[in-house]
Design a protein around this ligand. Structure first.
Ligand SMILES: Cc1cc2nc3c(=O)[nH]c(=O)nc-3n(C[C@H](O)[C@H](O)[C@H](O)COP(=O)(O)O)c2cc1C
Length: 190
């Protein structure tokens, strides 16, 4: 049975072919049990899952390897909307990650190759010089993903749609995945 929130999700999120990707606040858990949050692009979503992409050497991916659970939030204050998702996490297939890389801007494709600890530690002028050299050697349209380019699948367990109203109280519609694999719908105060 398809999740009961898919229509609303498709209405709220831009389609996967929209080059402007939504920015989500993604929370993972440190080995010490602290939540750790940062913004990432929501690369795409399907009827079953959300996908993000990051560097295999990143802190978030080390955390997810130990604790494969995450949540994310995104708000559209001007539309009085917030979406919150709690999810189980697993690696994305290589072909999915490669297809997202092809759709990233040239800047982000270059960034995925150069953005590491050693590069970050260089002076600005040196970073600019290396970046320009890299671009000269790898023009737009020629790049393939670096080995560190990694996709992450977020399979939702709880999806909450927050609706604000100018003339009455805000309200949430929450969908929770049950043990039996069906979605339980609950209405909550905002
Ligand atoms: C607008 C914006 C978009 C970003 N998009 C991504 C992204 O899609 N993937 C990613 O790994 N980091 C992205 N970042 C950088 C992350 O916020 C973060 O600094 C980086 O991934 C390191 O996080 P970590 O040390 O917790 O792993 C983005 C940052 C900003 C401000």
């Amino acid at each position: 049975m398809p999740a009961p929130f898919l229509d609303e999700l498709r209405d709220w999120l831009p389609s996967n072919d929209d080059p402007v990707r939504p920015l989500i606040a993604l929370s993972t858990v440190t080995p010490g049990g602290y939540p750790d949050v940062r913004h990432v692009l929501l690369s795409e979503f399907t009827d079953e899952a959300f996908f993000i992409h990051s560097d295999a050497r990143s802190r978030k991916l080390a955390q997810l390897a130990v604790s494969p659970r995450a949540s994310f939030a995104i708000a559209w204050p001007e539309l009085a909307r917030q979406l919150v998702v709690v999810a189980d996490v697993e690696p994305a297939p290589d072909d999915e990650a490669a297809s997202v890389y092809r759709r990233r801007s040239y800047y982000l494709q270059v960034l995925a190759w150069l953005n590491d600890d050693d590069f970050a530690a260089l002076e600005l002028a040196e970073r600019q010089r290396i970046w320009a050299e890299f671009e000269a050697a790898h023009p737009a349209g020629t790049l393939t993903p670096p080995p560190t380019w990694t996709g992450v699948v977020l399979r939702p367990r709880r999806v909450t749609f927050w609706h604000g109203h100018p003339d009455t109280a805000s309200q949430r519609t929450e969908y929770t995945l049950t043990e039996g694999g069906t979605w339980l719908t609950t209405v909550l105060p905002g």
